[in-house]
Write a protein that binds this ligand. Structure first.
Ligand SMILES: Cc1ncc(COP(=O)(O)O)c(C=O)c1O
Length: 393
């Protein structure tokens, strides 16, 4: 276990210190990979009095505990539990907060598999879901029913990028004794302090910026003091643990997360501004841009932007043109993830699954994840792609 450290003034320093204790690890600087199920005790008396940090592998290991502790400190939380994927952490957070007969409110901009979890799983256990406009703000109060127990937020929405009034929604939730869960994957605790803004649970797909190299799946949920016991009890009941190697990679990712995110921010903004000037692009949906819905909340509440954003193409362009553009890109690949070192681009269409808001951006839409390639090379790749778009549309 890592020893508690005084908070450091700068986050980059904190990230180098958290979740490791070299002097408990024969002087080696990184937490070793602990694998194991069985934990042995020295004496009957030790067993009788449960004198062990871990009683069995499902309790965790020092590798897991170091990552949990680091994330708790980083998030300003009371505790953290891990999951084998981001989606696993969404499921766990919801299961920790609901019971049969409850009603929950979920943003219409939510990551689509979250919607599927509500439809396919929660509904089977008698939990009803109502979707709400991500820009509803404190108007959410009118949707709260006597049996509403959870408001689920995702800010910004990870395809359409509406930024939510998180403090406003959380203050309404608190007034009604409703728990708030936020998917904070885009901003991470480095750019958005979810608990300080009122959220009870904050989850992160560590698969993205924490891992940073597209080689692991991981979820993390941090909780405030009031919500922590319920979260930990549910976690202990289910024992859905990530693998030791993935936790090790996440701890390694933590060391460079700040520098990678700052770089993603810089490069993301550079490419987004470049795209904004292009005649083929009608709108850039980037939280740091004034035309992005909820931009003012981003300005008020966030301390940065990561490198994922969307664009709306001019209405004259066709799916055939988009295919010609994307099929022949040299550096950008097409893939449903982000937060890694490599640039990605995907076409998307929220109109097929939104239920309370209409997605009609006025043209075809693409989401970009900007990686660590040279921005000039990325622009050249996009430039060639946009000229194919023009020719083939
Ligand atoms: C916003 C958001 N939350 C959660 C997840 C789920 O993460 P994972 O792929 O680790 O299940 C994703 C994955 O794309 C995501 O985009």
């Amino acid at each position: 276990m890592s020893s508690p450290k005084a908070p450091f003034k700068h986050i980059s320093t904190e990230l180098t210190q958290l979740g490791r204790n070299p002097h408990e690890q024969a002087g080696f600087v990184n937490t070793p990979i602990y694998r194991g199920s069985t934990v042995v005790y020295k004496t009957v008396d030790d067993i009788k009095h449960s004198r062990a940090r871990f009683s069995y592998g499902t309790d965790g290991t020092p590798t897991i505990a170091n990552l949990e502790d680091a994330w708790t400190t980083l998030s300003g939380a009371a505790g953290t539990v891990l999951s084998p994927s981001g989606l696993g952490s969404i499921a766990l957070a919801l299961l920790a907060m609901v019971k049969a007969g409850d009603h929950i409110l979920v943003t219409d901009s939510v990551y689509r598999p979250t919607r599927q979890f509500c439809a396919n799983m929660l509904s089977r256990f008698g939990v009803e879901t109502t979707y709400y406009d991500p820009l509803i703000g404190i108007g959410i109060e009118r949707l709260i029913r006597p049996n509403t127990t959870v408001i689920f937020l995702e800010s910004p929405g990870s395809q359409s990028f509406e930024v939510q009034d998180v403090p406003g929604i959380c203050s309404v939730a608190k007034k009604h004794g409703v728990k708030t869960i936020i998917d904070n994957t885009w901003a991470t605790p480095l750019f958005f302090r979810a608990h300080e803004h009122g959220c009870d649970l904050s989850l992160e797909a560590g698969t993205k910026y924490l891992g940073g190299h597209s080689d692991l799946l991981l979820g993390l949920i941090s909780a405030n003091a009031e919500t922590w016991p319920a979260l930990r009890t549910t976690y202990d009941s289910m024992s859905m643990l990530p693998g030791a190697e993935d936790c090790f990679l996440a701890l390694r990712g933590l060391r460079t997360m700040h520098i990678r995110l700052k770089e993603a921010e810089k490069r993301g903004l550079d490419i987004a501004h470049w795209l904004q000037e292009r005649p083929e692009v009608s709108t850039v949906l980037h939280p740091a841009f004034p035309e992005c819905p909820g931009h003012n909340f981003w300005k008020r509440d966030f301390t940065g932007s990561s490198g994922v954003f969307s664009i709306v193409l001019d209405k004259k362009y066709t799916p055939r043109g988009v295919a010609a553009m994307l099929d022949h890109l040299q550096i950008f690949s097409m893939g449903y993830s982000w937060g890694g070192f490599e640039s990605l681009i995907i076409p998307f269409d929220c109109s097929t699954y939104r239920t309370v808001t209409t997605w009609n951006p006025g043209g075809l839409t693409l989401r970009l994840q900007i990686g660590l390639e040279d921005p000039d090379d990325l622009k050249a790749d996009l430039d060639a792609g946009l000229s194919r778009l023009r020719k083939e549309s």
